[in-house]
Write a protein that binds this ligand. Structure first.
Ligand code: BGC
Length: 658
């Protein structure tokens, strides 16, 4: 079916949804096309029903902490299968916005502060979901980086910053051919994203080559006719006003048949694509296999930030576990991504006993709201005695769906005073205190980190979190997660803008790009994460290749324990003609090494990857000159480096080397 086969009323009807989650069926002319959130599990709400039960996978920021492309693909496939079971056609995910500041209440739904990492994982996730014949919706396009006043504020971003930081993850995602893209609530440089023709048509469709359906975020359309002119195909959810507005605009000649037909044809093509993909819709895994995968992903997502030897736990040790979050863990943040899972995890202490029966584990929730409460105080006193008598104490704390939630931003990066006090009280009586921290974004640990022996940052890791945690603490699993964002030392002002505009004055210097340019210390750098194994890097070689360079090195596991390492490649231009970050992530590989095993890791680095967006040339430019290529275990633990001269034929003149 094509637009020409429909009446004008049918066409205009199709441009706004049917209810909350469906495309209009035009009285049975079209089959159903059903949408569901996304991104950490299925939140399927059929009219008049509560959300259906589903697997709560780790959140995207947890997935990104795995730095594991294969896991992103697998999680996508499993989400696709769950969508099939729930008769969902398009999953409203993944969100690929940049974690511009740790204060964004929705950071847990996003992958990283780094566009390359975010893009790589989004690409795999999309391929995974869509391999099952289920579509995706890459969101929220674009520069949607905080929640406060999210419907009204304009993100003021210059062109270079937009192209280098806020668009690349969408560009990479577009290469995976997502069926749909969802526009953001905010304005971009004074124009609502839903009606931003340059953003939607020129950039997304023409520059990034996206040829699918653009749909609105729920309620993001201000003027349906203007949105149509910007090539926004579908307003969600249904709005009577949208139909009336389109009809009136059509009667007045403000919108043309050509504009209407183009959007209608894209919507009809989406329906056809979903029908044609039906043979791919095969469920190959059971619910319990999905749960097992959620446990595996959660285990790889945990980042061992500090370890002065308390971890892993040793055979026969007496262990004391406390903290309210040790009971069920924290599945995810709050808002539309919240998954209703019917899995109820066993408490951590029980799982530790199961994982290693030689351990003597005692646990207390130490439930309190205020130390002044008698009950809380007694609990704390008892906890202190138990912690003193244990070989090791594990304190489980962190953020949750109340602190990290769609619709509002975090006001502070510290834990609650009560949780900080708990850590300090326990650490005062047990020198082998391990702190497990939940979070959707960076946490300020400066008030207590020096008092504790080890810190494991587990993200928001879904329904399998506690099982994964027990394996990591006992050493049955070896931590291999790396931070997908910097943990700053200085307090970050909550990025609130002035309720009208939010000026992106830091430009391209977001996250580690900013800290490195300023030479400032951080609590933990981007890419950081320890292991129970040790890895040695050697033999870096850089050879010119057809595309640019082939960078290769060897990594050896010099410990007696099998482990995984994320080898990171960074590049930076030495004397650029324009201010540029000192270094930027250009490649990563996660490798698994048996004790004593050595592997060669090879990266292919294109000249294009070394480019910056030149406002002067209105395009990407790789400058001729000297670049430093470095490889390492984090952005600030660079083990090997080489300087290379990059020759760019036919490039604009470069300053001659002195
Ligand atoms: C969120 C989207 C979500 C949609 C539907 C909006 O409020 O911003 O991410 O997909 O609701 O639940």
């Amino acid at each position: 079916m094509k637009a020409k086969d429909l009446t004008i009323d049918e066409k205009l009807t199709l441009l706004t949804g049917d209810g909350n989650w469906r495309l209009e069926r035009l009285g049975g002319k079209l089959p159903e096309l059903f949408f569901s959130d996304g991104p950490c599990g299925l939140r399927t709400v059929r009219e008049g029903e509560h959300a259906l039960k589903a697997t709560a996978f780790p959140t995207p920021s947890a997935l990104a902490s795995t730095w594991n492309r294969a896991l992103a693909r697998e999680m996508g496939e499993l989400l696709g299968e769950e969508a099939i079971e729930r008769e969902v056609d398009v999953l409203l995910a993944p969100g690929v916005n940049i974690k511009r500041t740790p204060c964004n209440g929705r950071n847990f739904e996003y992958f990283s502060e780094d566009p390359y990492l975010a893009g790589e994982l989004a690409y795999e996730y999309i391929l995974g979901v869509q391999s099952k014949g289920v579509g995706t919706s890459v969101k929220h396009f674009a520069a949607n980086n905080r929640e406060y006043d999210r419907f009204y504020q304009s993100s003021e971003v210059d062109d270079r910053t937009l192209h280098e930081i806020y668009l690349p993850a969408f560009a990479r995602a577009a290469e995976a051919k997502p069926w749909t893209v969802m526009c953001a609530y905010n304005l971009l440089n004074g124009v609502y994203c839903s009606e931003h023709k340059k953003l939607l048509k020129t950039i997304l469709r023409e520059e990034l080559g996206f040829d699918g359906v653009i749909l609105s975020d729920w309620g993001a359309v201000v003027d349906r006719a203007k949105a149509l002119k910007a090539t926004l195909d579908l307003e969600m959810p249904h709005s009577d006003a949208a139909f009336a507005r389109l009809k009136e605009a059509y009667a007045r000649g403000e919108i043309t048949d050509g504009e209407i037909d183009a959007s209608v044809d894209r919507l009809l093509a989406l329906v056809e694509k979903a029908q044609k993909a039906r043979p791919l819709r095969k469920v190959l895994h059971t619910a319990s296999e999905r749960h097992e995968a959620a446990v595996r992903i959660a285990a790889e997502a945990a980042v061992l930030l500090k370890n002065d030897g308390a971890l892993p736990l040793c055979e026969g040790e007496r262990v004391f576990v406390c903290g309210k979050k040790a009971k069920t863990g924290v599945f995810g943040g709050g808002g539309s991504s919240c998954v209703d899972s019917d899995f109820s995890p066993a408490p951590l202490e029980e799982l530790l006993r199961k994982e290693d029966p030689s351990l003597a584990v005692d646990g207390r929730e130490i439930c309190f709201h205020d130390w002044g409460e008698l009950h809380g105080l007694f609990g704390l006193r008892e906890g202190i005695v138990l912690a003193r008598n244990a070989d090791k104490a594990i304190v489980v704390v962190g953020c949750d769906a109340d602190t990290d939630c769609e619709g509002c931003d975090r006001m502070q990066l510290t834990l609650s005073p009560v949780e900080e006090d708990l850590i300090r009280h326990i650490a005062a009586v047990n020198r082998q205190t391990v702190v497990v921290v939940y979070g959707g974004s960076a946490v300020d640990m400066s008030g207590w980190i020096d008092c504790v022996n080890a810190v494991l940052y587990v993200n928001f890791n879904g329904e399998g979190g506690n099982e994964a945690l027990a394996k990591l603490l006992t050493g049955a699993e070896n931590p291999s997660g790396k931070l997908q964002e910097s943990f700053p030392l200085v307090p970050i002002a909550s990025a609130r803008g002035n309720t009208f505009t939010d000026v992106y004055s830091e430009g391209v210097f977001v996250g580690y790009r900013g800290y490195d340019a300023a030479g400032s210390s951080v609590l933990f750098p981007f890419g950081h994460g320890l292991s129970y194994s040790q890895f040695v890097y050697s033999d870096l070689t850089v050879h010119p290749s057809e595309e640019g360079f082939e960078v290769s090195l060897k990594v050896k596991n010099v410990s007696g324990r099998a482990g995984k390492e994320v080898v990171q490649l960074y590049a930076g231009q030495k004397f650029p003609l324009i201010s540029r970050p000192v270094r930027e992530l250009k490649g990563f590989e996660k490798i698994c090494l048996a004790p004593g095993e050595q592997k060669r890791v090879v990266f292919s680095l294109s000249l294009r990857a070394l480019a910056y967006w030149s406002p002067a040339l209105d395009g990407w430019r790789t400058e001729e000159g000297e670049y430093t290529l470095s490889v390492g275990s984090s952005s600030r633990d660079l083990r090997l480096a080489a300087d290379v001269w990059v020759h760019v034929p036919d490039a604009p003149s470069t300053r001659a080397p002195k």
